[in-house]
Structure formats: C-alpha cells, structure tokens
Design a protein around this ligand. Sequence first.
Ligand code: GMT
Length: 382
Amino acid sequence: MKLAIVCYPTYGGSGVVATELAMHLADRGHDVHMVSYEIPFRMDRFRPNLMFHAVDVGDYPLFRYPPYTLNLTNKLIEVVEEHGVEIIHSHYAIPHAASAWMARQVLREKEPRKDVKLACTLHGTDITLVGRERGFYELTRFAMNHQDLLTTPSAWLSAETDRHFGTKPGTVRAIPNFVDLERFKPDPTKAARQCLAPDDYKVITHVSNFRPVKRVDEVVRAFAVLRRHHKAVLALVGDGPELPKAEHLARELGVRGDLRILGQQKPEPILQASDLFLLPSRAESFGLSALEAMACGCPVLGYAAGGLPEVVEDGVTGLLCPEGSDLCLGTLAAGLLSDEPRYQAMRLAARARAELFAAGPIVDQYERALLALLVQQSASAG
Ligand code: GMT
C-alpha cells in the first residue's frame, strides 16, 4: 500500500509509535511517506521506500500564529497527488485528522474517481484533555467521525472516545502500543548504574515529557516516602514544564540531593539500570514508557487509572495504587524492595508481559486494518 503517516516529530509516545510503525511497514515493502514539520526523532533507519516530507509554515508577518493546519493540508494534497498515496494515517487527532479530512475534500473535487482513505490513531490527551476543550471539540469530533478507521492504544481510551465524542461502541479499535524487545531488554551488567549511584543504592526512574498529566510532583512525593526506608536515587529522564517544580518540591522534601536530572536522552541504559519505574499519571491512555521499562525487566508502579491496568498487571509485573495516593506508591515501593524473592519474580514477570507487546504481531494488526480499507475501496469501486 501507499501510505502517508502524519505525526508530531518530538519526544512523546504518539511520535514514537507513528515512526516505529512507519519503519516497520516500510520494512514490509509498503511505500511510506512521513509528513511532519521536522524529521521525527525516532526516524533513524532509512529505506528507499520510506520518505519524509517537511511541512513548511513560512513566516509571513501578518500571521501572529502560523496556520500550520492549512500548510499541512496542502502538503498532504501534494503528497497524495505526487506519490499516489492511498491512505492518510494521522497520529494524534489535533489538528492532523482535520487536515486529512480537508485534503480529501479537495482531492475529491479534483479527481472524483480516486478516494484517499483516512485512518486516525487517537493517542491520549487528544481525547482526554485537549480535544475536549471548547476551542477544539466540535471540529475534532467532526474530523474523527469522518475517518474510515479510528484506533486507540487501549480499550479504556476507546470507551472514553465513545463517551465523549459519540463514536459508536465497538467501532474504535484498540491496537496496543508495541516495543522493540531487542532495543529494550534487561542488561545483567546494568552498565549505567555506576554513573547514577553507589552500589548499595536503589535506582528509581521516571521517564516522560514532564507535562501536568504526568503528575511528576507525585513521583517526587512517592520517592520521598520510599527514601525513608531505602538508600535510593530518583532518575528523571526527559524534559518539560513540570521539571523545575519537581526539583523545587524535592528540595522542600529534603531529597534534592538524591535526584539525578538526566534530561532528554535515550532511556534504554537508564531503564536497564533501574530497580523500579514510577508512572503516576491520572489518565495515561497506555503508558509506552511503562512498557519500555517492563521490557528491560523493571517493575512499574502507578495508579489503577486510565489504560495503565491494561499494561501493568497489579501484583505481578508491578503495583497499582488508588488514583492520587502517592503515599501508597511510596509505601508499596519500599515494601517491594525489601522483599527480594517477590521483587525478583516481578522483574521476570515484567519482561515476560512486555513480550506480549512485541512489535511484529501488533504491526500485523495495524497492517491488516489499513489494508482492509483498500479492500473496501476496491469493492465499492467494482
Ligand atoms: O496524549 C498525549 O499526551 C500524546 C502522546 C504523546 O505524544 O506523548 O501520549 C500518548 O500516546 C502514547 C502512545 O500511544 C501512550 O503510550 C501514552 O499513554 C499517551 N499519553 C497519555 O495518554 C497522557
């Protein structure tokens, strides 16, 4: 198939999933055109049938806010016409789903016999937060309801989409996130550990884009509880608006000296050196970072909220607390680290569970769902 994949190129789960999917589909022989405002950070393998098209927003002085949605729409029209693209697959609804729909409307007028199909993977805050804002809601709902295929990473997010956007129950398909099990795997040498802390310290890790939804303050509070029972450091990987607040809170709680603020970098070596991973988001649609941690054999602690329980098996591959209870997180984390047999069993179970989210079978699900759109198309044409 000939496919355009539209995504955000920056660090973040939706861009990772979109780019990894693009590379896998290209490996399978499909022609894939990535469309974004810059090259996605995970796009590190090049193939003749994997192309990147930059959306240029220009800099006309009249525009206080560059109309990116229009530039993206025009780029999609161009890519479809020049490369015979059959499907536009948007990742994250805003504004991608609306641009894709507008591009199709224009193309329908120009060439009524060819009809590009639209797919959109809803990733999380496009449904739980941003998409519900008054300034986005109506158009997002409209654009979503005009896609030929909608997917989400969890059954929980599919149900939320039905509840808030009026999609018909059973029509929004849950296709989970996936992980590269060779890239994210346990490292018995834990090579990065010596750079993080002395041998007798535990390494607790959080990886995110440090937005409010990640509740980084609760990561720090839970760590402070755990720190009363164990020598430990808290490794923070990534960057974002909540990071300075987290640092300030750590100072207030007397654990600033135990923070390791590592910034934006490849998480693999740090996850491999970690004893526990904390992800106390309120509404994580899936939690790709939790899956990556588990693939490295690192148990995950978070809340029984959103899609996280579909990834982390409570008591088996990690521990889930009632939403908002950082005291519970810290206490359970401390207890787990004191129970070596239970902890080691959990490390093995975490890796085993991550293996259920191997890329191959999950890319199969996307591939089948996308190819089915073309079968529908040729059936209706015939
Ligand atoms: O919804 C977002 O905030 C965007 C997105 C991203 O780019 O970080 O994150 C979401 O997509 C990931 C990939 O599908 C999921 O694993 C994350 O759970 C999800 N984030 C949230 O739901 C907060």
